[in-house]
Ligand binder design. Structure first.
Ligand SMILES: Cc1cc2nc3c(=O)[nH]c(=O)nc-3n(C[C@H](O)[C@H](O)[C@H](O)COP(=O)(O)O)c2cc1C
Length: 183
């Protein structure tokens, strides 16, 4: 039986994108937050979009600098993912609190998270207001991925039955990618 879902909960029908850790920075501060609401929006040039709540500290930093890095964690990073998605960088450095290791990025100032298996360095082209969030539509200036997980020849995540890409179902519920289907 199909049941009506309250509009206030209906976002959860779609809310299963691969979870990401987005890093940002200004001249003196750095930050990281968890972002599930991300999507590619153009092939050529490659543009991606992230939706960031206007109240978040990351919103302030991304608006100020116009740059961020989308880091893709694996399931093994679930605890860190939930932690940096539950604390605000306004109350202290989340890299110190979570123990995540960072390195310099190639084309932008925000750092790359070493434990993650993929990275997209992004420069904001358009900031579109969308209710209580802003869509930062951004050009990808550099990308890299761990070849143990990403098949470069096929340009596809190499899903081999082990859970590795993390998806957010809402609240404290997550699931992992386990199966690759090919037709
Ligand atoms: C799994 C998960 C997914 C999240 N996805 C988003 C998102 O897509 N956009 C967003 O603005 N906040 C999202 N959040 C909430 C922020 O990560 C969280 O509020 C964070 O503490 C904001 O940090 P900041 O104030 O340091 O920027 C998510 C949180 C979790 C745990």
């Amino acid at each position: 039986m199909k049941r009506e879902i309250p509009i206030t909960k209906a976002g959860r029908l779609l809310n299963s994108g691969c979870v990401t850790l987005v890093t940002s920075a200004n001249e003196t501060k750095r930050n990281v937050l968890t972002v599930a609401w991300q999507s590619p929006v153009s092939h050529t040039p490659l543009l991606v979009s992230i939706a960031v709540a206007k109240t978040h500290y990351s919103h302030e930093l991304i608006s100020e600098s116009g740059e961020f890095v989308i880091n893709i964690p694996s399931v093994s990073m679930l605890e860190s993912v939930h932690q940096v998605g539950s604390l605000s960088g306004r109350n202290g450095d989340k890299f110190d609190k979570s123990g995540l290791t960072v390195t310099t990025s190639n084309t932008v100032k925000p750092v790359t998270i070493q434990e993650c298996i993929g990275h997209l360095e992004c420069v904001v082209e358009q900031a579109v207001s969308a209710g209580d969030h802003t869509l930062f539509i951004s050009r990808v200036t550099h990308a890299s991925a761990d070849d143990e997980f990403f098949d470069l020849a096929k340009s596809v995540w190499n899903v081999m039955g082990e859970e590795f890409l993390l998806h957010h179902l809402g609240g404290t519920f997550y699931t992992g990618t386990t199966t690759l289907y090919k037709i």
